[in-house]
Design a protein around this ligand. Structure first.
Ligand code: IVH
Length: 673
């Protein structure tokens, strides 16, 4: 008991400190998931020891404080928060509680209004006789900050409601947020101007709204969605929440287009999954969905408990940010010898999966983020994007953390590590001597987008190199089933299957073969451009630097890489071995109008192209047999990017989807021009 009461005091102090960082400074120290855990622990302890509950406990008020700088607005009706649910079972229980309280029968299926839970900051706007008079933040739920002049700068806040016959006074509530694109642009500008960057769109929105100088707010890309009504005087509300939202829309107040009326638990869970699947493409951050009993009569009947309504609940998505410890930092050697620092982490559940590694990209990033062994870090994993270290929690750095420096020798083969002045990447100079480079180039060669050898996965490649069965990728074509069946977990049947798959891969395309070679800086798009431009291998092999540079989007650096690759005697030998061992592809087609060069390829368009309009570009792709989709996934073949491309471009980079220009697209489809 004594130790529990001490823990309660400690938790309250810690939560108060986090509240200050989050609400006052807009600069949180820990991820939300950690904050929620502290609150939950405190609530549990207080439930067990009700005598220890004190008025100043953070559980006794809605979080947040009003800062001194702004005027204070007392909310006519308190701005409450929502209870959180994390599982389907929590939602089933919520629906059951609601039905029981309303004394509805077992089989009754209630109508709920389902809405995205926007991750911004809650605000209240008062309109008197249809004219915007006061705008306030939520603050502690009872009193907020007067941000009227700041809210007036938002284009989506009407200064006068549309239509007529408005209530004498109505207080509408909603969420101010920043779109992902707006946030990225703002941070880019901030970086360029040497200003502070924000850690996420929500903090950027909060920081932008809570500016003492409204001119600063005016320059920030803030948006708003309205989702409810607080006080109302001299007017009445319609009988349903969904109708109330329609009324807001008629008044010219923006509501979220994803809001739906759903029926029963199945409807709620279906909505949750649908929004969850489309979360990354909404263009703004949400951290779950909110379900509200649609009937306002029933809402009134259900009422409130302490700080949250009984008629609504937030169904949260798994946290995308979590904190964990760095156990070690190791250097991975890639296909071209590039050394990448990888943090080995205390496993942590984030974004719906357990993560135990995170890349730090290169030595500069490692230095910039100053990640050390023993540090506590924030990990982010959003959608299917690879996990990354957002930052170190400086306040939690223990004594004796270890700084990791770039090694002088390759950790795999011991060859020298070289780093060209001004380049971010450091490389092992071992080439094919280095087992790591050999393994990675074989993995690349066999991969789906290259030679597509089915069944030749990472584990088999590693064994083949370790057992010295293959020196280079060309040796794959000499492997026998007998040799393969010697490998671990490889039966005769699978050995025979693999030999067949390797043989099948011999029939390929020129572009795939060029990509599979792993020439530095030659990705899928460049390989396609080269194949289309030169048509035949011998022509490319004999091309001068100038001739290679004549291919659109190939500059002097890439041209040099290509030239050096084909000049290197070892590569020459391997290329001729491939041909001698049967690798082949169709000769360039002459009657090209018949074939569809983009068949089977999917494209995503982003930004403004130099010449083609969006519809023209789409038409061009479709005519050439390609498909156009709206969101970038691992399966996207190419992202066609133009001027001021936004988050799709970034996503393409994260997922390693090739990015091409309009000119490259034209080249790919030139048969159709
Ligand atoms: S309704 C009494 N609807 O979530 C009901 N809130 O934890 C109060 N939020 O402070 C809120 N999207 O900032 C509601 N569609 C939505 C919401 C939403 C985001 C936020 C809001 C509120 C917090 C409650």
């Amino acid at each position: 008991m004594a130790s529990e009461s001490k823990r309660i005091v400690a938790l309250r102090e810690e939560i108060a400190r986090h509240d200050h960082r989050y609400y006052v400074l807009d600069d949180p120290e820990v991820p939300d998931a950690e904050y929620d855990r502290l609150m939950r622990e405190l609530r549990e302890l207080e439930t067990r020891h009700p005598k220890l509950v004190s008025a100043d406990s953070p559980t006794q008020r809605v979080s947040g404080v009003a800062t001194r700088e702004f005027g204070v607005v007392e909310h006519r009706v308190p701005m409450l928060s929502l209870d959180n649910a994390f599982s389907d079972e929590d939602i089933e229980n919520f629906d059951r509680r609601v039905r029981e309280r309303l004394e509805l029968g077992e089989g009754a299926r209630l109508e709920y209004n389902s809405e995205p839970k926007l991750d911004g900051l809650a605000i209240s706007l008062t309109y008197e006789d249809g004219v915007f008079s006061v705008g306030a933040t939520r603050g502690d739920g009872l009193k907020g900050e007067d941000v009227t002049p700041n809210l007036r700068t938002l284009r989506s806040v009407p200064l006068k409601l549309r239509g007529r016959g408005h209530p004498r006074l109505v207080e509408v509530r909603g969420e101010v947020f920043m779109t992902d694109a707006g946030f990225e642009q703002m941070n880019r500008d901030a970086l360029a101007g040497g200003d502070k960057v924000f850690v996420n769109p929500r903090n950027a929105a909060a920081g932008s709204l809570r500016q003492l100088d409204p001119a600063v707010t005016a320059g920030r890309p803030l948006e708003i969605f309205f989702y409810g009504v607080g006080a109302i005087e001299g007017g009445t509300l319609p009988p349903r929440h969904s109708e109330l939202l329609s009324m807001l829309r008629e008044w010219g107040l923006r509501t979220c287009p994803e809001i739906r009326v759903t029926t029963g638990v199945e409807g709620l869970l279906g909505y949750y999954r649908d929004i969850g699947a489309r979360r990354a493409t909404l263009g703004y951050q949400i951290d779950g969905v909110v379900y509200k009993v649609d009937s306002l009569v029933r809402q009134r009947e259900l009422g409130f408990v302490a700080r949250a309504p009984r008629w609504a609940i937030a169904h949260k998505f798994p946290a995308e940010e979590e904190m964990t410890q760095v156990r070690d930092i190791e250097w991975q050697v890639g296909r071209t010898g590039a050394l990448t620092p990888v943090a080995r982490l205390e496993p942590v559940f984030v974004g719906g999966v357990t993560v135990s590694n995170a890349t730090l990209h290169n030595v500069d990033e490692l230095t910039r983020k100053d990640v050390r062994i023993g540090d506590t870090v924030i990990i982010r994993r959003a959608g299917d994007v690879i996990p990354e270290i957002v930052r170190v929690i400086a306040e939690r750095r223990p004594r004796g953390t270890k700084v990791v420096a770039l090694p002088k020798a390759c950790p795999v083969c011991g060859s020298d590590v070289s780093r060209i002045e001004g380049e971010a990447v450091a490389r092992c100079t071992g080439g094919l001597v280095c087992a790591a480079q050999r393994k990675e180039s074989l993995k690349h060669f066999a991969s789906r987008r290259a030679m597509d050898v089915e069944g030749l996965g990472d584990k088999v490649v590693e064994q083949l190199v370790d057992a010295q069965l293959v020196e280079s990728a060309a040796d794959l074509y000499l492997l026998t089933a007998a040799q393969l069946s010697e490998l671990e977990r490889m039966g005769e049947k699978s050995a025979a299957k693999l030999v067949a798959a390797i043989a099948k891969s011999k029939n390929t395309t020129f572009a795939r073969f060029l990509f599979a070679l792993g020439i530095p800086n030659v990705g899928e798009a460049t390989a396609l451009s080269l194949a289309e431009h030169f048509g035949e291998l011998t022509v490319l092999q004999d091309a001068s630097l100038e001739q290679i540079m004549a291919v659109p989007d190939i500059g002097p650096v890439v041209a040099q890489d290509i030239r050096e690759f084909f000049d290197e005697p070892r590569n020459k030998k391997i290329v001729s071995q491939f041909l001698a061992r049967g690798v082949n592809w169709p000769a360039p087609a002459s009657g090209r109008s018949e074939h569809q060069p983009l068949a089977g390829k999917t494209f995503v368009l982003t930004g403004t192209l130099p010449n083609l309009g969006r519809a023209d570009a789409e038409a061009l792709i479709r005519k050439a047999g390609g498909k156009v989709t709206s969101s970038v996934t691992k399966k996207t073949s190419f992202v066609l990017a133009g001027e001021s491309a936004g988050s799709k471009l970034e996503r393409a980079q994260q997922l390693n989807v090739p990015i091409i220009s309009e000119e490259q697209l034209r080249l790919l489809v030139k048969a159709f021009d």
